[in-house]
Design a binder for this molecule. Structure first.
Ligand SMILES: [Zn+2]
Length: 388
């Protein structure tokens, strides 16, 4: 077996109501005096910021709130958050996400270092940087060692993501509080859950970085997500199912940041950045097309996953049949979720496809490299056209 280096953060708190009961305690454990909560307006309106703020204030920690994060945040928004943290000399950064808020929080945590603009640290080695203590809560997405920012190239009319990457960027504490997911709208629950399932599947089938630790996490994560998906969609206040989904998403996340995601993410990024399709929804749109394309290389691995989550239905099946049933069930999850599943319903036309496919090949080649099967421009185009 080839060598493995495996990263994750050191402290996970997975417990209902832990944001209210434990955030202030955790802040004091890290000797915090001044915190910034970074989130978006939607999370703020749900009252979750109030819960975090109260817990911190009861522990004697000053709090400022930045709730202007938007999906795939442009640099200007991140820099406004940095300014607020700098003005208040914050020694604790709280990300309440949504993935974009977590990514913003991780960059804000670098504010004490000597850089003028976020542009100065994009795609640079920042492994020598200091980091402010960071605590994150999210429905998923705290676990990445890479954060992405959206950069627009107006000459080309299409945008790309640029990365900041370092193992150090992981939060010091990840809080998984299922009570904070109870009010999430059904479409967000569906999209984030399908995204997390894709994380498990792409990690488990990663051509270059699959390893026994990520395999174990991906397999268990997928079981937790799969078995609870319909429960949380049909009964949004099922706290036990929500808690299992949150932990399953976390296992999925730790798996994929070490094993990598692949072509589903490669094809979804241009949809999110250029057409503002939320990340999870964009992955859900392209997943079945990519997995079907991959069957000739990855059927045995998809079959292993199928037998773990659909043991009765796949009993006695060949690998190809089990893998095909697995993809059909994912398609049913998507179609029954209420999410739109055709590009035309999302104002993306056939005329947009050549540019989208070009971005995949030119900008996200690293995600094709981890896919079980190589893809040409024509094959990427065909997958988009299938869902046009
Ligand atoms: Zn994802």
């Amino acid at each position: 077996m080839t060598g493995i280096e495996f990263y994750t953060n050191g402290h996970i708190v997975s417990e209902a109501d832990s944001m209210r009961q434990k955030l202030g305690v955790l802040a004091k454990q890290h000797s915090a005096t001044s915190a910034i909560i970074i989130t978006d307006a939607g999370i703020s309106e749900l009252g979750y910021v109030d819960i975090a703020q109260q817990s911190l204030q009861e522990a004697g920690v000053n709090v400022v709130v930045f709730d202007n994060v938007v999906p795939d945040p442009p640099i200007e928004i991140v820099e406004s958050a940095i300014e607020l943290a700098r003005d208040n000399q914050c020694d604790l950064i709280i990300g309440l996400g949504g993935g974009s808020s977590i990514d913003t929080a991780k960059i804000v945590a670098l504010y004490p270092n000597d850089f003028q603009s976020v542009n100065d640290i994009l795609d640079k080695d920042i492994s020598g940087f200091k980091k402010t203590t960071t605590i994150c809560h999210t429905d998923h997405c705290w676990y990445g060692r890479r954060v992405y920012l959206c950069l627009r190239d107006y000459r080309k009319k299409m945008a790309v993501k640029k990365a900041i990457y370092t193992p150090k960027i992981l939060p010091d504490v990840a809080i998984l509080d299922a009570t904070l997911t109870l009010k999430l709208p059904r479409h967000i629950t569906a999209a984030t859950a399908l995204d997390a399932m894709v994380h498990c599947i792409e990690a488990y089938t990663s051509r270059t970085k699959k390893n026994p630790i990520s395999d174990a996490l991906a397999l268990k994560g997928l079981q937790m997500l799969w078995n609870n998906f319909e429960k949380v969609l049909n009964k949004g206040n099922d706290i036990d199912a929500r808690a299992d989904m949150l932990l399953g998403s976390t296992l999925a996340g730790i798996a994929f940041v070490n094993a990598s995601v692949a072509a589903v993410h490669g094809l979804s990024y241009p949809l999110s950045i250029n057409f503002h399709i939320p990340h999870g929804h964009a992955n859900a749109l392209v997943m079945c097309g990519v997995f079907t394309f991959n069957l000739s290389e990855a059927a045995p691995l998809y079959a292993e996953l199928a037998r773990a989550v659909m043991p009765t239905q796949t009993a006695g099946m060949t690998d190809l049949d089990a893998a095909t049933s697995f993809i059909s069930q994912l398609k049913m999850f998507l179609e029954n979720s209420g999410l739109k599943y055709r590009l035309s319903e999302l104002d993306i036309t056939k005329n947009d496809i050549p540019a989208l496919a070009g971005i995949v090949i030119n900008t996200y080649a690293r995600l094709i490299a981890t896919n079980p099967k190589d893809m040409t421009l024509e094959e990427v185009t065909a997958i988009y056209e299938e869902i046009a």
